[in-house]
Design a protein around this ligand. Sequence first.
Ligand code: NAD
Ligand code: FE2
Length: 358
Amino acid sequence: MKFRNFKMIGYVIYGRGSFNQLDEILAPNRKGEAPVVFLVDHFFRDKEAFVSRIPLRGKDELIFADVTNEPKTKYVDEIAGRLKAAFGSVSGIIGIGGGSTMDLAKAVSLMMTNPGSSADYQGWDLVKHPGVYKVGIPTLSGTGAEVSRTTVLTGPAKKLGMNSDFTPFDQIVLDPELIKNAPVNQRFYTGMDCYIHCIESLEGTYLNAFSKSYGEKALELCREIFLEKDNWDDDSDDKLMMASYAGGMSIAYSQVGVAHAVSYGLSYLLGTKHGVGNCIVFDHLEEFYPTGVKEFKKMTEKYQVAIPQNITKGLTDEQFDAMINVAFGLAPLWENALGKDWQKIMTREKLRTLYEKL
Ligand SMILES: NC(=O)c1ccc[n+]([C@@H]2O[C@H](COP(=O)([O-])OP(=O)(O)OC[C@H]3O[C@@H](n4cnc5c(N)ncnc54)[C@H](O)[C@@H]3O)[C@@H](O)[C@H]2O)c1
Ligand SMILES: [Fe+2]
């Protein structure tokens, strides 16, 4: 197909306090006695005030998602297997948390109805059946996981998403109150994921007016909150949440670029998390994104956030090769960033030199 015909999320609710409407939203989606399963970021384990607002009814189950590491296919299979054994089927999966928890919720929903292991579906359009009803509720903003058609998973052989038309959420709840207390560093790293999405999309060769419209708006919001405003306040949270949404929409019809490709290699080998990994790489990409990198450095200075250095020091040739292989496995990202002849521009040697700088 020449033009991508992409599936979007179902329903969107936005606004401060909109989380309070969750019970009402779920009611018509409950299937008889089958429980709703709330997958909640483990950060909220001891946050009684928040947990007590989750609308548990009947046999509903609350599971705290361990996102110490970004989601693995094994963890997805384990949760889906446990739910199938306990309940047969469920009414829905509600993911409440950062990008990791939202991705976990999407993947568990799909594995409630698709046989085998989630690792079998890492790739493009391999998922056969729609999952169960799924809702995404971000408590960190920036990844765009709330709108995307993928769920990024690390499997035995690769780090790759389950990209499919069945992957987007049926409903998302965007309540800026939920991201209010995110720690400054985490908010910055995840927020910069959004900023980098904008730069990679807007400077990419895949850009069209659809992506540009969303990307420009998201970039404008990021600049306002991370550069122009003096203090972080509720208005900043309102805007960051919309920047994440628009940034996600922008890459839905284009692609990310160099920072993401290189950061995937770090994540695969060293377990570096997505947000901070992108920052570590982007900090060294003046050659590809000169204006974006300059602005990024101003933002890190303003927020006094340290970007880790020398994380690849002392790695072996085999380890560098492993990262290079993962990064080069992501051809569409390179093509978007550098054009059809990207292999002539980004050689293995050049990528090795870049990894050595990180
Ligand atoms: N599906 C997609 O399209 C897509 C896109 C980009 C990234 N991702 C994935 O998203 C993940 C990164 O997501 P992220 O940056 O949102 O971080 P995260 O979900 O990995 O969470 C980072 C940390 O913040 C904590 N946390 C969550 N909410 C919090 C809050 N309100 N206050 C304090 N702490 C909180 C978590 O417990 C965790 O320790 C990666 O797994 C990445 O692969 C997915
Ligand atoms: Fe990203």
